[in-house]
Design a protein around this ligand. Structure first.
Ligand SMILES: Cc1cc2nc3c(=O)[nH]c(=O)nc-3n(C[C@H](O)[C@H](O)[C@H](O)COP(=O)(O)OP(=O)(O)OC[C@H]3O[C@@H](n4cnc5c(N)ncnc54)[C@H](O)[C@@H]3O)c2cc1C
Length: 281
């Protein structure tokens, strides 16, 4: 069992990982090896101490190098649920299950609100993770709601499994191509199905599908429903502890201001709080 499982490879998660490493804790960092898309997206970062006028790309390269130098590996995956375990928690990442005594949520802020039917049909045809669940849709028809250009490689991966992909791209200049990919012009409104996904309704029509992939950042309370969330942000104290003993949160997921410096600071505090929590136990 890990001392801690950190979810998210943005600045908050990386900061928490670096601190847990310094504290000699055994932890798992789960997310994308490409790190958070938001790390590279800033044109020029002017408000991060000591790194004046760094571009987002340079920042991302520096963070990747630091993880490599510290021998911190990223476990590629997306958490789909957190469950109570004896003395800690299970974290499900598609087909994989990890066990940790504590959790640090650093999954960023949810930018796309859930659509009708989404939450009800999670695990019954609604998935958030192409690498975890894509293989379940071999030869089937799926819809993919893609919130950001950075997720396009996941759409392409899904198109290798599914026979037909209906793509809703919620951003400009979508460049996904594929013989079996059909772009739908319209905003998805509702996922339909009785106990299992059967169709997606959108402005302008309805399509029958076997599954729907929502490629967007997940809300923390959908990972662990008992988590106290106010206005979309996880409630934390100054020690980054949530209302659930053993679960801590850091970065954009705890609320404004959405800034790298806050994310780094909170990741650091969360890691120290995890250490103190484990010492006490
Ligand atoms: C265009 C742009 C420019 C910006 N410029 C600046 C700037 O100049 N200065 C500044 O201070 N801030 C800036 N920001 C804000 C900054 O990017 C954020 O505040 C910062 O990235 C927050 O870091 P984070 O680690 O909390 O979250 P994020 O960077 O959002 O990282 C969270 C990560 O967790 C992943 N994740 C989500 N759900 C799961 C899950 N279930 N399992 C595993 N992983 C998951 C996400 O995909 C993401 O990779 C900018 C933001 C944007 C979009």
């Amino acid at each position: 069992m890990y001392d801690c499982i950190i979810l998210g490879t943005g600045v908050a998660g990386i900061s928490a990982a670096l601190t847990l490493k310094a504290l000699k804790r055994n932890f798992l960092l789960v997310g994308s090896r490409e790190l958070s898309a938001k790390v590279a997206s800033a044109e020029k970062i002017k408000n991060y101490p000591g790194l004046p006028s760094l571009s987002g790309r340079e920042f991302k390269a520096a963070l990747s190098k630091q993880l490599e130098e510290e021998n911190i590996e990223v476990t590629e995956g997306r958490a789909t649920g957190i469950y109570d375990a004896d003395g800690g928690f299970f974290v499900a990442c598609g087909q994989d299950m990890y066990e940790g005594k504590t959790i640090i949520l650093s999954t960023g802020v949810e930018t796309v609100k859930p659509i009708e039917g989404e939450k009800e049909l999670v695990g019954r045809g609604v998935s958030y993770c192409a690498t975890c669940d894509g293989f379940l849709y071999k030869g089937k028809t799926i819809a993919v709601v893609c919130a950001a250009k950075e997720e396009e490689h996941e759409v392409e991966l899904l198109a290798k499994y599914a026979s037909k992909v209906y793509l809703f791209a919620l951003y400009k200049n979508c460049s996904v191509k594929g013989k079996n990919i059909q772009k739908i012009v319209g905003i998805p409104k509702r996922i339909k199905g009785e106990g299992k996904v059967s169709a997606v309704e959108y402005q302008g029509g309805e399509i029958a599908v076997d599954g729907v992939f929502m490629l967007k950042d997940a809300a923390c309370d959908s990972l662990y429903p008992a988590l106290k969330v106010e206005g979309g942000s996880v409630e934390v104290g100054r020690d980054m502890a949530t209302n659930v003993a053993g679960i801590f949160a850091a970065g954009d997921c705890t609320g404004r201001p959405y800034q790298y410096a806050k994310a780094a600071g909170e990741g650091n505090i969360a890691a120290h709080s995890v250490n103190a929590y484990l010492n006490k136990k």
